[in-house]
Design a protein around this ligand. Structure first.
Ligand code: ADP
Length: 400
């Protein structure tokens, strides 16, 4: 059974289409004018009855059978609350025209099939039927109404496809988030144990050689890195399910930056970090999360710069004095404009550094969420091979 074409039956205009297309199919197959007129009239009778009471009908023009015996069928299906019978006027006439007529109903669903056997002299075969199908796929619209109808159905198909794609993406994203959440929690426990044992062993430094001490120090450092990544994964997962929470307190920003940079200078002894602080002020912030942002920006400044390359941190009030602007300036690798566009996206890493520098592309994504949750903004200005300046702002709580 091959459907040659179908027409949705929504209003009177579709009646014209149903009649003319039925005639055309008959013509293409090679039926006589009388036979195709009979067929098209029967189709119109049933279609009219469907259209009178519903706008959800559909006409299918079908060729069924096998070589060399084929039949041309029209099937019209629709749903209606009105009760129909085979003896209703439209159906009655159609049945007179095409005696091969079946009427089926199930609940409020109706299906009417009518057809005629095609003489062998028409020399129909599978390839001609396929060509017929292609012909009606490509054929010009009969009128402006059919043109719009085709465009609408194309658009609604596209919309359907897009909606399906969005649904699938969302499902994948949810699965990914769930995996990240489970994986990060599963990693956290053994890591905490490894870290605790490593520190216990390091405390016993009198009992082993200098070489063992060096190995333990490296083990400790790597475990710290791994635990940082695990915490980042947990943060991403919290951000996805909206459970990232903040303990906001008033923070003297200049003091806070000074203290944090002092600690970080020990972590990054290879780079000189200088501070240039502007007007003192307090901000409402979660100190742990703010430290996370500074650590990320400073860590990146070190990671994406040459050893010994200087790094500068500056603070200044915005022009309207409502915000404090923090800048982290490096003279490192810098970034291209295309790269900059995505660096705050989840898991995004620039291709240029992906192979040479370790990382998972979570730091800036987390930092931007933390800053926006604090009512601030984060952005970057960068020149490839010259360096980058990361900026973030925080609303001023009070001036000091
Ligand atoms: P990660 O450093 O783990 O890759 P981030 O989210 O912190 O993740 O950074 C995302 C990407 O932004 C990095 O992979 C890098 O390509 C780029 N990037 C971040 N900071 C800098 C910087 N200071 N200089 C040059 N590129 C940077």
């Amino acid at each position: 059974m091959k459907e040659i074409l179908n027409i949705s039956l929504e209003n009177e205009m579709d009646l014209v289409l149903a009649h003319r297309r039925s005639m055309q199919v008959g013509e293409q197959i090679g039926l006589t004018v009388a036979t195709r007129t009979t067929f098209a009239t029967a189709v119109s009778e049933v279609a009219r009855t469907a259209i009178e009471y519903t706008d959800n009908g559909k006409l299918h023009l079908i060729i069924s059978g096998n070589f060399p015996r084929y039949s041309l069928y029209a099937r019209i299906d629709f749903k209606a609350d009105q009760v129909f019978r085979a003896s209703d006027e439209g159906f009655f006439y159609a049945k007179k025209l095409l005696p091969d007529f079946t009427f089926n109903s199930s609940g409020n669903a109706y299906e009417i099939e009518m057809g005629l056997s095609l003489p062998r002299s028409l020399k129909l075969d599978e390839s001609r039927i396929s060509m017929l199908k292609d012909f009606f796929k490509e054929v010009d619209p009969l009128n402006a109404y059919e043109k719009i109808k085709k465009q609408n159905s194309h658009l609604s198909r596209l919309t359907g496809e897009q909606e399906e794609e969005i649904r699938m993406r969302r499902e994948l994203d949810e699965k990914k988030s769930e995996f990240i959440s489970v994986a990060s929690h599963e990693l956290k426990t053994p890591l905490t144990v490894i870290k605790a044992y490593t520190q216990m062993l390091r405390a016993l430094k009198d009992q082993y050689s200098e070489k063992v001490a060096q190995v333990l120090e490296k083990l400790d450092l790597q475990t710290t890195k791994l635990s940082l990544l695990t915490h980042q994964l947990m943060d991403v997962s919290k951000m996805e399910n909206g459970s990232l929470q903040y303990d906001l307190v008033e923070v003297d920003l200049n003091d806070f930056i000074q203290e944090t940079v002092m600690i970080l200078s020990n972590v990054y002894p290879g780079n000189t970090i200088t501070i240039q602080l502007g007007t003192k002020c307090r901000v409402m912030a979660d100190p742990m999360r703010l430290e996370q942002v500074l650590t990320n920006l400073l860590g990146n400044a070190v990671k994406y710069s040459a050893r010994n390359s200087p790094i500068q941190i500056e603070t200044d009030l915005s022009k309207d004095q409502d915000h404090i602007v923090v800048k982290v300036i490096d003279n490192g690798l810098g970034m291209s404009e295309e790269g900059i566009a995505h660096i705050f996206d989840k898991f995004y890493r620039l291709k240029a550094v992906a192979a040479s520098h370790p990382g998972l592309g979570m730091g800036l994504y987390i930092s931007s969420k933390i800053i926006s949750d604090h009512g601030g903004e984060i952005w970057v200005e960068s020149v490839l091979n010259e360096g980058s300046t990361f900026f973030f702002t925080l609303p001023v709580q009070n001036h000091l």
